[in-house]
Design a protein. Structure first.
Length: 67
């Protein structure tokens, strides 16, 4: 993913270098803004994994095996 991002930035650098430099300077700010949303996504993923484990617990106790 990061290699494709780098290649896309290189193409942007060739086509429109001021926009590429602006994107390079603003990237840390965008990363900082998106960080809380990533943490929220990780938290929701953990909650849903916990709910799935609780819901499938009776089947695991009764001996059902995943294939």
């Amino acid at each position: 993913m990061s290699f494709l991002t780098f290649l896309g930035w290189l193409v942007l650098l060739i086509l429109c270098w001021p926009l590429a430099l602006l994107a390079l300077l603003l990237w840390p700010l965008v990363w900082l803004i998106s960080l809380p949303f990533r943490l929220l996504g990780i938290a929701f993923d953990a909650v849903f994994a916990f709910l799935r484990a609780v819901l499938f617990l009776p089947a695991r106790v009764l001996g059902h095996r995943d294939r």
